[in-house]
Design a protein around this ligand. Structure first.
Ligand code: SF4
Length: 406
């Protein structure tokens, strides 16, 4: 669990709507601290139409000097990314934050779980700020800590918890990372999921043995890695649905499984279909289809290449001039890559727009508000992970850092 704090002063909760279990929770207008989304975002934001926003952001940055470090995830809007000191995927950004002990304030232009990871990996006196607290991640939200603890009990009842190692994707709450650390598991990224899974299986007898991995929260990354990189059969993987009794699985199914995949997915990458792949091949002869491993197994097996956002950035950087590419990942990144590589013919894999709506909540007005608040001596939207979760999440993150290849 993490908390979000602001010392923005009185009046910041005006218009606060107490959520009810059945109420539609409007992003940024309610508070649900158990969720990645829907936490309150206090303060009077500048108008998006203010023509001076860019100048205001520049002036605030200059005033804050080295005490400020701005991180920008690859999926952020251009209007925001122009102010980032460094860009990258969630793991790279957390490490960059940890490598800047002189920065008192770290403004994370990304989503909530990323700010939590940065808080865990930075010194206690460094403050991590998320310009809009409603910038959560729908995938991370698909695994609540209470659900994961119940799932572990189901595995224990089936007699497999002792031979199961949890592996959680970076895209998860600090509480889930802490659960993973407490149970001897590791965090992984989309770049090192293969190494992390091999390590996890080695703890319980190897990939050819009898042990099990509980993989959270992205079923697609887990399945794609287990089947395509570790050589497990699709039928070795079962999907645990936290909304169904016993996960919707029998005890025997759990005993027979090698991979118990959490029923979670990315709402952006889950949209791509095998039909998108066949259509782009018809439309663009000779195209190379490159997709993120959060895409479904069907899409990944239909594509030519699969890799993390950092891999996609590197692949286009090394591509043959004149070559054609169809990219299956978030649209802000694909558009930016197309602009950075005019020598390439870059297409978006889907024919419809596919932004990450929560990533897009970080916009220039929120960034200006955050920076100007700091200039005025007010720390707003600080993300703080509680000490016990931070300790155990750090254990799981350190386990990942100890894996070969990082
Ligand atoms: S792109 Fe998907 S995994 Fe990434 S923040 Fe958005 S919803 Fe979460």
């Amino acid at each position: 669990m993490s908390t979000a704090t602001s010392d923005a002063g009185a009046g910041t909760t005006a218009g606060f709507v107490e959520p009810t279990p059945s109420a539609l929770l409007l992003l940024g207008q309610g508070r649900d601290l158990a969720s990645e989304r829907g936490v309150e975002c206090p303060g009077a934001l500048p108008s998006p139409s203010d023509p001076d926003l860019v100048e205001r952001a520049r002036a605030a940055r200059a005033a804050l000097g080295d005490s400020l470090f701005v991180l920008g995830h690859h999926y952020q809007r251009d209007e925001v990314i122009q102010f980032a000191d460094v860009t990258g995927d969630s793991f790279r950004l957390a490490r960059e934050a940890a490598a800047r002990p002189q920065a008192e304030h770290i403004v994370f232009c990304g989503v909530h779980f990323m700010a939590e990871s940065a808080d865990i990996l930075t010194a206690p006196d460094q403050k991590v700020l998320l310009p809009d607290l409603a910038a959560g991640c729908s995938m991370a939200d698909m695994a609540a800590i209470e659900q994961v603890e119940e799932a572990w009990e189901v595995l224990a009842d089936a007699g497999v918890a002792d031979s199961t190692v949890p592996v959680t994707y970076m895209n998860s709450s600090a509480a889930i990372k802490a659960f993973t650390g407490r149970h001897g598991g590791t965090v992984c990224t989309s770049s090192n999921a293969q190494v992390a899974l091999r390590w996890a299986f080695d703890q319980v007898g190897g990939a050819e043995g009898q042990g099990t991995v509980l993989f959270m929260p992205d079923q697609h990354l887990g399945r794609n890695t287990a089947v395509l990189q570790l050589g497990l059969r699709p039928e070795d993987c079962v999907v645990f649905d936290p909304r169904r009794p016993g996960g919707g699985l029998t005890a025997q199914q759990l005993r027979d499984a090698r991979m118990v995949l959490w029923r979670g997915h990315c709402s952006v990458h889950g949209r791509f279909s095998a039909r998108n792949v066949s259509e782009v091949r018809e439309r663009v002869p000779g195209v190379t289809v490159l997709v993120h491993p959060e895409c479904t197994h069907e899409v990944v097996t239909a594509a030519d290449m699969v890799g993390s956002t950092e891999y996609i950035v590197r692949a286009l950087g090394a591509a043959e001039p004149g070559s054609s590419w169809a990219i299956g990942t978030e649209l802000n990144l694909v558009r930016r890559l197309a602009r950075q590589h005019p020598e390439l013919d870059v297409h978006y894999l889907d024919s419809t727009v596919c932004f990450c709506s929560t990533m897009n909540r970080i916009d220039l007005p929120h960034l200006v508000w955050t920076l100007e608040s700091l200039v005025q001596g007010r720390t707003v939207n600080r993300v703080v992970v509680d000490a016990d979760d931070a300790h155990w999440a750090r254990v799981a993150l350190d386990q990942m850092l100890a894996l070969p290849g990082l």
